[in-house]
Design a protein around this ligand. Structure first.
Ligand code: ADP
Ligand code: MG
Length: 431
């Protein structure tokens, strides 16, 4: 379909779309040579043409999202489940262990705040089977610093106190942050942005565990940063603990972050586990399970040994995943063999999970990416379904689907993410 377009059409179309992209604020800021004098604004990468997406698949993903909100939220409160699911991972992975340490401490002290705000996104690919049919399979659920979000009307309206965005850098706007800030402006909701170091230096709790920074009370902590070990130092881990112990509403709180780990995703795929969280809703269990690809434990033991053998025998059929977010961390093909050969006989292997590799349909499209020529390439897409919820104590006050995302990558990249810059924004053309 795309092959017949002429060069001049492409060029015009490109300019028109770039213009639209800027007016929709789909822009990224970069520092050149680390200097503010060399700040440039570029458009986010996006595809020139929409991708054909079966409408039924997108609707299926959207229909599941409120159930995933419920699931993530239930897991976040289930200390026993998290402890058991993550036991092996904690021994092998220091980052998960640190997060879990904070979770345990907050549990011990008793949570000071009973309101929880969750913003999530479940990602899927359409797996093609040999008989030509395709099925929606989940890649992962994101619960932390979900990119591309704009659901601020779900954030609770607070008086006097402020919403604090915890960010990497005050000036550089990562995708979606500006849109959120704009929504808050429009609603007259005060917000501030602070880096972890600034929280570490300037934040404190009063006797009521209210969180203060620079003389302002923080009502909501909204994390845009802090999903990777590199985002923390010894001091900023203390700042994270301080925020988690505080009365401020956390988006997400530490339990919700742990509920979004890949290890939890794998444990959920075990028989009987979804049933535990939806005891009276067999249909919901069935619908969720239908989107699970094969997921295998690498914890020490016979089951883990079998998974290792299976992956070594057929590495192209699997993806090896550590407990990391943000793209570019997974292993494919011969890299799986290399990593597993190194860690297979000791507990380090429990830091990973193994997943069936999904084979999405490929199509031709052109990606508009700063500085790159227009080329037709083979691409595949990932569907994202956004969710937003607010719980007060035991009651879900809001539980909504909050739109969708289509991100497309060239098939030469195995691993992709919007934040890592490999994926381009796309939109669905329903078939
Ligand atoms: P991250 O938390 O880093 O985003 P993901 O689990 O989403 O980790 O994986 C990153 C990317 O790797 C995905 O966007 C997708 O392109 C690719 N990927 C992940 N799991 C699979 C899979 N099972 N089959 C095929 N590709 C996958
Ligand atoms: Mg991802």
């Amino acid at each position: 379909m795309h092959m017949g377009v002429t060069k001049s059409y492409l060029s015009e179309n490109r300019h028109y779309r770039l213009f639209t992209c800027h007016s929709a604020e789909l822009v990224l800021q970069h520092l050149l040579r680390h200097s503010w004098l060399h700040r440039v604004v570029t458009h986010a990468p996006f595809t020139l043409f929409p991708s054909s997406v079966p409408k039924a698949a997108l609707l299926q993903a959207l229909a599941l999202q409120t159930h995933f909100n419920t699931l993530v939220d239930k897991i976040s409160q289930d200390a026993e489940f998290l402890e058991e699911a993550l036991a092996g991972t904690i021994q092998a992975d220091d980052f998960t262990a640190k997060l879990f340490g904070i979770y345990k401490q907050v549990q011990r002290e008793g949570q000071r705040q009973s309101i929880v705000v969750g913003l999530s996104r479940a990602d899927y690919m359409l797996d093609q089977s040999e008989d030509g049919t395709s099925s929606l399979k989940q890649i992962e659920i994101n619960t932390f610093a979900v990119a591309g979000f704009c659901v601020s009307d779900c954030l609770p309206v607070v008086h006097r106190a402020v919403i604090m965005f915890v960010v990497e850098d005050l000036q550089i706007s990562k995708l979606g942050r500006r849109q959120l800030e704009k929504e808050l402006w429009n609603r007259n909701i005060p917000f501030i942005c602070r880096r972890f170091e600034e929280v570490s230096r300037g934040a404190s709790l009063d006797g009521d565990k209210k969180l203060f920074i620079d003389g302002l009370e923080v009502a909501v902590v909204y994390y845009r940063y802090g999903y990777m070990p590199e985002h923390y130092t010894e001091q900023t881990w203390d700042a994270r603990l301080l925020m988690e112990r505080s009365l401020a509403v956390k988006c997400p709180d530490i339990g919700t972050q742990l509920a979004g780990t890949k290890k939890v995703q794998q444990v959920l795929a075990r028989p009987g586990v979804l049933e535990k969280f939806f005891p009276d809703q067999p249909q919901v269990v069935e619908q969720i399970r239908a989107t699970f690809a094969g997921l295998y434990t690498l914890d020490m033991g016979q089951e883990g040994d079998q998974a290792v053998a299976m992956a070594l025998a057929n590495p192209d059929k699997f993806v090896l995943k550590p407990q990391r977010e943000g793209g570019g961390n997974n292993y494919f093909g011969q890299d799986i063999v290399r990593v597993l050969q190194e860690v297979q006989s000791d507990k380090r292997r429990a830091a990973y999970i193994l997943m069936d590799r999904i084979r999405p349909r490929t199509e031709q499209n052109i990606q508009l990416r700063k500085g790159l020529p227009l080329n037709l390439t083979s691409v595949c897409y990932e569907i994202g379904a956004y969710g937003a919820y607010v719980r007060h104590g035991r009651h879900m006050i809001i539980n909504e689907v909050a739109g969708n995302l289509l991100k497309t990558k060239s098939i030469e990249h195995n691993d992709a993410g919007i934040v890592s810059g490999v994926s381009a924004f796309d939109s669905p053309l329903f078939i």
